[in-house]
Write a protein that binds this ligand. Structure first.
Ligand SMILES: *Cc1c(COP(=O)(O)O)cnc(C)c1O
Length: 502
């Protein structure tokens, strides 16, 4: 589809949405309607790009706008007006093309296009590892280290002792071994890459045995059968959806078998009449048949969260202690580091994985390495990790602290002096997110806002379009902000957005 058409459809949809929201004039939408003569004469009066450029150059409402940006923004502005005419014929006249109005719209469009598209948003959803909102936050110390490495040359692939070429992964391998108690480690772009690379290396053109209960889809199109297929390994399903036994695995082993795989079921959970084979038993079975065993942990964690009142998840250390040959996990789920896929395990398996030429296509950048190394350093002292790594801090945040934040925001909102705005503190429950601990309820405090004359969905939209955007949710006709994931310094920002925009 060409760009203009795409744009026209997108803004048409937007215009319709606005129209519906604001005035409920569904009947005047342009679907299937001919352009009438009034619309035609209005469209003829719409100035061209050159005309608006002239106006701009005379008024210079924003200085130093790159010409390409300016022309595109003006074109966008005129396209929007054209669509408005087509959508909205009853209510419009040519005052909509008044010069000052055109300029104002062009300024808006220019400013919008000069903004960064990837920017800070306030996560008021209470989902700690929120995949759509950037998953894990780095601690400031880690971010400082990254900035330092990025703005200078570094020994990324240089061995300072030997004075010769070194390995890019050496900065994280030793500390990964130290923390998880493994012989060898390796990192790639993300855990999907880690699983793919491990399967490609260990089982290409061979068979991999997996329980039917673990053939999961994680979201974002990561599905175990599909990753398996693209790695060239052949999936051999055993057991049933709810129950798989050791004998199922053993019965499927034959000459073509290359690997026994266990997958963390991540964002779903089975209850009732279920049975799965513990990793320990699978490792014993693997040893009996000289087959490597791999576990995809998904969201790996070095900290036992059950100590902090959360549900038990096996840690990376506990998982490798079973003797599994390869264990893979994400750097940016419960670990709270940068996006990365971490592969740890036995030396022989890891040697093969490291030698796979596909590695090069999955290799991580120095930004990630610097962030990962600095995050891993924090794990040498668990209490430091829990307080300094934002993901861990938010997951273990005492209710008292959240409650205090909620009260602060509520009183700030009440002090705005907006009689139409009502703010209340409500009990709710936050989510871990990131496909981890799907059943975990984290008691939390939210601030709910109601504004006379505005629907909750209208409030949601207004603050989502603010700067910075606030992302919350709607519950029982209240706009609700979960204070677990709102950072302390964002409370004042939220209050000022409500003051300005609502
Ligand atoms: C999240 C997840 C993945 C994918 O990890 P990314 O780091 O998002 O690529 C793979 N396997 C499991 C079990 C997961 O939970």
């Amino acid at each position: 589809m060409d760009n203009f058409l795409f744009f026209a459809m997108a803004s048409l949809a937007e215009t319709c949405y606005e129209a519906k929201e604001n005035r409920n004039i569904e009947n005047s939408l342009p679907w299937g309607k001919d352009v009438d003569s009034k619309q035609q004469s209005l469209l003829r009066k719409l100035p061209g790009v050159d005309r608006v450029l002239e106006l701009w150059d005379r008024a210079q409402p924003v200085k130093d706008v790159p010409r390409t940006v300016l022309v595109r923004s003006i074109r966008t502005t005129l396209d929007r007006l054209r669509i408005k005419v087509l959508a909205d014929n009853e209510l419009l006249d040519e005052t909509m093309f008044a010069e000052n109005r055109l300029l104002r719209l062009a300024v808006q469009s220019v400013n919008k296009s000069l903004e960064f598209k990837l920017r800070h948003v306030i996560n008021a959803t209470g989902v700690v590892v929120h995949t759509n909102l950037g998953r894990s936050l780095l601690s400031e110390g880690v971010a400082r280290h990254v900035a330092e490495i990025l703005c200078r040359y570094s020994n990324l692939e240089f061995d300072l002792e030997k004075g010769e070429r070194g390995s890019r992964y050496s900065c994280v391998e030793e500390i990964l071994c130290e923390i998880s108690g493994v012989e060898a480690a390796m990192v790639v772009n993300n855990n999907a890459g880690a699983v793919f690379l491990s399967l490609e290396t260990l089982a290409k053109a061979k068979e991999v045995i997996v329980s039917r209960g673990e053939l999961v889809e994680i979201g974002g199109s990561f599905r175990i059968p599909d990753v398996m297929a693209s790695s060239g390994a052949k999936l051999v399903e055993v057991g049933t959806t709810n129950r798989t036994h050791l004998s199922d695995y053993e019965g499927a082993i034959r000459d073509e078998t290359a690997l026994l795989l266990k997958v963390h079921t991540s964002n779903y959970s089975m209850v009732g009449f279920t049975a799965e084979v513990p990793l320990n038993d699978l490792v014993t079975l693997g040893a009996k048949y000289h087959l490597p065993v791999m576990k995809d942990l998904g969201s790996g964690n070095f900290v036992d969260f059950s100590k902090y009142g959360l549900m038990k998840e096996p840690t990376v250390q506990e998982t490798v202690a079973t003797g599994a040959d390869v264990v893979t996990f994400s750097g940016d789920k419960m670990l709270g580091g940068p996006q990365a896929g971490i592969i740890v395990g036995r030396k022989d398996a890891l040697e093969r994985i490291k030698k796979n030429p596909i590695n090069r296509a999955l290799r991580i950048d120095k930004m990630t390495l610097a962030a990962l190394e600095a995050t891993l350093h924090l794990y040498r002292d668990e209490s430091k990790a829990v307080s300094a790594i934002p993901t861990l801090r938010m997951l273990t945040l005492p209710l008292k602290v959240i409650s205090n934040r909620a009260n602060r925001l509520r009183s700030r909102l009440r002090k705005l002096g907006n009689d139409l705005l009502e703010a209340v503190v409500i009990n709710a429950s936050s989510r871990v997110g990131g496909g981890a601990l799907p059943l975990q309820e984290l008691p939390t405090k939210c601030v709910g806002v109601r504004v006379k004359g505005l629907s909750a969905s209208r409030i949601e939209r207004i603050v989502r379009e603010a700067d910075p955007p606030i992302i919350g949710r709607i519950e029982n006709d209240l706009f609700v902000m979960d204070m677990r994931t709102v950072q302390d310094d964002e409370i004042a920002v939220i209050a000022s957005i409500f003051k300005k925009e609502v």
